[in-house]
Design a protein around this ligand. Sequence first.
Ligand code: NAD
Length: 302
Amino acid sequence: MTAAEGSELRFDGRVAIVTGAGHGLGRSHALLLGRRGAKVVVNDLGGALDGSGASSGPAAEVAELIVKNGGEAVASTDNVATPEGAEAIVRTALDAFGRVDVVVNNAGILRDRSFGKMTVEEFDAVIAVHVRGSFLVSRAAFPHMKEQAYGRIVNTSSPAGLFGNFGQANYSTAKMGLVGLTKTLGIEGARANIKANAIAPVAWTRMTETLLPAEFESRFTPERVSPLVAYLAHESCETTGEVFSVGAGRIARVFVAEGPGWRTDDLTIEAIRDNWEAVMAEQPYLPTTLGQQAGASLQAML
Ligand code: NAD
């Protein structure tokens, strides 16, 4: 191991916004970034799991804890889901610390319901916090990151979005939407050294404590997710546009891949039926990396 490999990754001089940092995963991300020297904006609306209500308590408590641990932090209770709220969160970072280097879009709510019973309100409310909120906060920070030619954005997807989950049509739509947002941000941020990645975590929090088996509590801690968020938020991380499954200390890249495919100059319904196995084949899949995938796919169609 070289000296550089062994050195501690620090965030001194960096300013990080963590949304939804009053509880669970966001709290753990904020505490870790604060311990490693980042100045942290601890944002949390302080509402219930379904997004109802509000309280300044959770954000203030986490910000106080960071300061008590010797770090720097300010609390924000603004709502990520409104343009004014998102602008205010970034303004808080600029006013308190003069810049913004890292945005961790983590705020989230649940309104689970089976598809046949889901209301428009339940669908919209979940999209608003996860997708709109991540878009709005990133959008408010983006010009500042561009100007300083540096930025790190970490979005929070979910296995439920990547692979689907019963009762979560709203949530899985939102969480897969964040994959698209992450990939396009990775492309558009490249010239300004702005990297965007997403995590798909599993952790024991108020969001999952009634869903996960009780024995998961001690193993699936938020603290076993946050180091990945911090790594993706660090200047030494060159990766962009990727999604990572993370839980209980295990990390894996999750990628959307296009199979080798099957083509003909005489496409008929029956030809598709007769070649369905080739259409469904997974190996060898086309390149999956940002910027190469679309070209490889077009090439295969010619
Ligand atoms: P959590 O409920 O403990 O944390 C979510 C936080 O977001 C809460 O503190 C809440 O007050 C805050 N929040 C909600 N709406 C907000 C808004 N409009 N503005 C600002 N803050 C708001 O749950 P968690 O498990 O820590 O979830 C964190 C993120 O991780 C969420 O995006 C969630 O969907 C995602 N996630 C969690 C798991 C898991 O296993 N816990 C799995 C996949 C994805």
